[in-house]
Design a binder for this molecule. Structure first.
Ligand code: G3H
Ligand code: 13P
Ligand code: ZN
Length: 343
């Protein structure tokens, strides 16, 4: 099956009342782990690549790996999404390459860490929407800013400084026409999100619910949504790693989000932890081994296990065969018709 539109995947998720995990990749093994988990759980899939991933793998390698995935797993609807595009040009280059969905993260300036003004965010996001929709490509925007700077995306701080203002979210959607909206509710990227199990004082699920109340038909996106489970931390530390105690976003909070309009859930860190733990285990227990397959295979299996678990917890499991994919050509026509009636 060809790569499909994220808009369609999220519309279907809204109809079915479930969420779809969006998993970050940088290499073949991560793509394989996700596709195997999707096949086992019969899940539709969003695979996303950051700017860092595109630079690490090179665009063409990534793109052809994605085409291979769609060819080898024809029963799985598969979206190729750009994560945290930092400028119009970055989004354009992804659209030119064949990504079927892009995130324009205009909540930050092009440097990925300085908060942008509301007007700057609206202007760059609207420009990307106009271009992307002409190509049938989905757009995710972001309003409010995530905390942390662990991985280069975020304004630093605790994550509570730039929590999304629900009234601004409404105006942002109306002025930009985004297909999906990422909001900031106190999470940050990476392993160190919270210093204890988060409650309502640091994880603002009340804000999420208010946004959903005001924008009941908008697909909400939760970033920084790894759960950072203790068992994955323990494997790393048991085999020589040095992670400090930390807490992520509990799965039950994500599930509450899904009941309140969250359709896309971004997860990267949990998979990084699973991969690193599995590799450390092989290195520690069998230091005589040096064939990369001896540790890449357990690493891939460990990631597959986490992804399959999330697909089940988010509710996307079992939904891969629910619908026939709408072609990107057809999406172009739909967006054009929408734009014509809006005039
Ligand atoms: O947005 C954050 C993702 O975890 C991607 O991180 O920029 O290190 O590839 P990255
Ligand atoms: P985590 O670091 O919590 O996995 O978040 C990933 C993310 O939001 C990618 O955009
Ligand atoms: Zn993110």
């Amino acid at each position: 099956m060809p790569l499909v539109s994220m808009r369609q995947l999220l519309d279907e998720a809204a109809k079915g009342g479930y969420g779809v995990g969006a998993f970050n990749v940088n290499n073949m093994e991560q793509i394989q782990a996700i596709m195997e988990a999707a096949r086992d759980t019969k899940s539709p899939v969003i695979i996303q690549a950051s700017r860092g991933a595109r630079a690490y793998s090179q665009d063409l390698f990534l793109y052809h790996l994605m085409l291979a995935a769609s060819g080898l797993y024809p029963e799985i609807p598969l979206v190729m999404h750009l994560d945290h595009g930092n400028s119009f040009e970055t989004c354009k280059s992804a659209i030119d390459l064949g990504f079927t969905s892009v995130m324009m993260d205009g909540s930050l300036k092009e440097d990925g860490k300085t908060p942008a003004t509301f007007e700057e965010n609206v202007a760059v996001t609207k420009a990307v929407v106009d271009l992307a929709h002409k190509h049938g490509v989905t757009v995710e925007g972001e309003i409010g800013v995530l905390g942390g700077i662990e991985d280069g995306h975020g304004a630093g701080g605790s994550g509570l400084e730039h929590v999304t203002d629900p009234a601004q979210a409404v105006e942002f959607v109306a002025r930009t026409g985004v297909d999906a909206l990422a909001i900031a509710i106190g999470t940050s990227h990476g392993a160190y999100k919270f210093s204890s199990k988060p409650d309502g004082s640091v994880l603002k699920m009340d804000v999420l619910m208010e946004i959903h109340k005001r924008l009941p038909n908008v697909h909400l996106v939760m970033h920084g949504s790894s759960s950072v489970p203790k068992d994955l931390q323990d494997v790393i530390n048991q085999y020589g790693g040095k992670l400090k105690p930390t807490w992520g976003v509990p799965v039950e909070e994500i599930q509450l989000g899904i009941r309140n309009g969250v359709r896309k859930i971004n997860v990267d860190t949990d998979n990084r932890l699973a991969i690193t733990g599995a590799i450390r285990k092989v290195f520690t227990e069998t230091p005589e081994k040096f064939d990369p397959r001896d540790y890449m295979k357990p690493a891939r299996d460990a990631m597959k296990k986490v992804v399959a678990q999330r697909m089940t917890q988010f509710g996307q499991a079992g939904h891969a065969g629910d619908y026939a994919p709408i072609s990107i050509e057809e999406m172009k026509k739909r967006y054009a018709a929408q734009a014509a009636t809006a005039k």
